[in-house]
Design a protein around this ligand. Sequence first.
Ligand code: SF4
Ligand code: SF4
Ligand code: FES
Length: 224
Amino acid sequence: MSKKLVSIYIEGRKIKVPEGYTVIEALWDTGHDIKRGVGCLSGLCGACAIAYLEKGSKRVRFGLGCQTIVKEGMNITVMPFFPSRTANYIISEMGKPIEKLREIYPELDTCKNCGFCTIACPEWINVSKVMKLLKEGKYEEATEMMLDCILCGLCASRCPYGIAPQFISLFVQRAISHEKPFPENLKKRLKEIEEMKYDEEWGRILQMSDEELVEFCKRIREEA
Ligand code: SF4
Ligand code: SF4
Ligand code: FES
C-alpha cells in the first residue's frame, strides 16, 4: 500500500511527500540535490539546520532537517551556511589559555542575554545562560551545559550582536581541558589513527557512490 502524502512548502514551493519522512528525506525524494547541508543523518554533525513554520503558527522554529518529521502545511527553509567569526589561536602555545578568553573573544562582554540564541538551539541548550556563566567565570558549569552542542551555528545566526556562542564555548572547553591530564582512551585512538588502522575503511567510504553512501549512513544510524 502506498504511503499517505502530506503537502509541505520548501522555500515557498509546494510539494507532496510521504508522511513520516524527515525533511532531508523529503528533499531527496523530490529531487533536491542536497549534499552540502547533510552529513551524519543522525543529529550529530549539525550540517542540516532548517527554519520552519508549522501550519497556522506565526512562530518560526529551528531544527535539524535529518531529525524533523514533515507535517501537513509546514513551510521550510534550509538554512544556508552562516558566517561567524572564529578566532585563530594555538592553545598549546598560550600558557594559561583561559586567562586570554577576553583577548580572544572580546565580544563575550557585549552579550545582552537576550535569549534569541536559546530559542534557536535544536539541542535545547540554554545558550544565553551559558554566556552569562562564561562572563561570570563559571567555566566548568558552562562547559557542562554545552556538552550536547553540535556546532550547527543556529545560535549565532540569531544573535543581534554578531556573537558566535558555540565558538566562544569551544575555546573555553579547549582551554580548561588543556590543564587536565590527556585522556588515555583518546591517546589510544590517536595512536591507532597514526598507525593507519582505519585507512582501509576510510578508503572504502570515499569510493562509495551517493546512493551507497546514503544506504551506509542509514545502516550506521540503525545500528547506533
Ligand atoms: S543572542 Fe547573542 S546577545 Fe542574545 S543571549 Fe545569545 S549570545 Fe547573547
Ligand atoms: S549551542 Fe548553538 S551551535 Fe550548539 S547546538 Fe545549540 S544552536 Fe547549535
Ligand atoms: S545530517 Fe548531521 S545533524 Fe542532520
